[in-house]
Design a binder for this molecule. Structure first.
Ligand code: CTP
Length: 425
């Protein structure tokens, strides 16, 4: 795992940097944070310190109790210069959010605070994620600064388009989402590339259908019944299968992640839409990885328009069952197809429950999460699963526990199991 130095400059988006740090540490990276003095007005150092387990610095003249060492690293015996030691220990320097002012300073080599001094001294890859008001971002001065930075070899993680912090404003300038920032860091660190480079082209010629995310069932035109699935496991599976040479279609329900490169994406909202998309894609696929969390019930008669609270003293929702998409597809399975389901189960008999579902739905394997564990599961970047196959306790191919690892690593283990199953079929 890598050492990421995060520079936080002043802007409301600084709060998103907290989530990025959380994701990066969960993924096993060691993180140190430097803040500009202005950023401290938006998010306090204590929050970053709690998440990284390391001191946060904001001035070149501040003593660093860790002497420039990252968590897990032994501090040097001497008292180093913080800005030089921090960057020389870092594998990557990400500045997120990068304000218009910080961008301008970095483009012109100014070093008037710890963050800008670090940037000037950095020999590791530097990534910069701008976040600001759309007019400031589109201003020719900012655009010229971005061009200069690109020419200097800085990678820019483009801001998103959408609602901005200032009331009523919409446009370009939203800080890229934390997941995207982490993915950009990992790609720059070569981790993504090394997975790709190491991937055998063992799924070449195969069509893989992956479902991801969680469906939303409308109550009225603004409200819905949803679930906590982030879609990260499915996206990791799609990426891993594509890296192994498969032709991948990803049916994604309400996922706020960018589609992996080279993967064909179909976006859906409800269980019925997901069912429709899967029915269209299923016949031609060789492998189905059904990781979406599909609603089991849907409001029987969703209201057209918005339900007003003044209209009624109490509101009762009548729900009716949705189709079991996976079971429906499995009932039409043809020879040569490999079908994998995913189940969130609770507690000690999770695997036993999974065995029952596996047989009932006519699957080749079921990937089981124990949702009684708080440290794994929905909205984190790591996972721990048990792969239960129809071969039961067969030691070579039966039940396999995949210890806690990044979702990408868990995806690799699942695809290994798929390939073993196909080799035996
Ligand atoms: N699934 C599906 N359609 C549904 C519900 C679930 O295709 N309406 C799929 C999921 O994508 C997953 C698998 O079935 O791959 C197992 O889902 P799970 O909800 O655990 O199974 P259920 O049979 O719905 O059992 P439970 O009563 O525990 O919810």
């Amino acid at each position: 795992m890598s050492r990421i130095l995060l520079g936080v400059s002043g802007g409301i988006a600084a709060y998103k940097a907290l989530e990025l740090v959380r994701l990066a540490t969960v993924a096993g990276h060691s993180v140190r944070v430097v803040q500009t003095p202005t950023s401290l007005r938006f998010v306090g150092a204590a929050s970053f310190e709690a998440l990284t387990g390391a001191p946060v610095l904001s001035s070149e003249f501040e003593r660093d109790p860790s002497r420039g060492a990252f968590p897990g690293q032994r501090p040097p015996a001497h008292e180093p210069l913080s800005h030089l030691e921090l960057v020389s220990n870092a594998d990557l320097f990400l500045i997120a959010p990068a304000s218009a002012n910080t961008l301008a300073k970095l483009a012109h080599g100014l070093a008037d605070n710890l963050l800008s001094s670090c940037a000037l001294a950095a020999t590791c890859p530097v990534l910069l994620a701008p976040a600001m008001n759309n007019h400031m971002y589109e201003n020719e001065a900012t655009q010229a600064n971005l061009r200069i930075l690109r020419e200097h070899g800085v990678e820019i993680v483009e801001p998103g388009i959408g609602r901005l912090a200032s009331k009523g404003e919409e446009g370009v300038g939203r800080l890229a989402e934390p997941e995207r920032l982490l993915a950009a860091c990992e790609a720059a660190l070569g981790r993504g590339d090394s997975f790709r480079a190491a991937a055998p082209q063992s799924m070449e010629g195969l069509k893989v259908l992956v479902t991801a995310g969680g469906t939303r069932e409308p109550i009225d035109s603004v409200r819905f019944i949803g679930n906590s699935s982030s879609g990260r496991m499915g996206f990791a599976l799609a990426q891993a299968a594509s890296d192994r040479g498969a032709e991948v279609t990803l049916v994604a329900a309400n996922v706020a992640l960018s589609a992996p490169a080279g993967v064909s994406l179909r976006e859906v909202v409800t269980a019925a839409e997901l069912e429709q998309a899967c029915q269209e894609e299923f016949a031609s696929c060789d492998v189905l990885l059904m990781s979406a969390a599909v609603a089991d019930f849907t409001p029987a008669s969703p209201t057209n328009g918005k339900i007003k609270k003044s209209d009624r003293a109490r509101l009762e929702l009548v729900l009716e069952p949705t189709a079991d998409v996976l079971a429906g597809l499995a009932s039409h399975r043809r020879n040569g197809q490999t079908l994998i389901g995913f189940a969130a189960e609770h507690g000690a008999d999770a695997v036993a429950q999974a065995q029952g579902k596996l047989l009932a739905k006519r699957l080749d394997a079921l990937i089981v999460n124990d949702i009684s564990r708080e440290d794994i599961g929905f909205d984190v970047d790591s996972n721990e699963v048990t792969i239960v196959t129809a071969a039961g306790e067969d030691p070579e191919i039966g039940q396999q526990h995949v210890p806690r690892a990044s979702k990408r690593e868990v995806a690799e283990a699942i695809l290994d199991a798929v390939e073993r199953l196909r080799a035996r079929a």
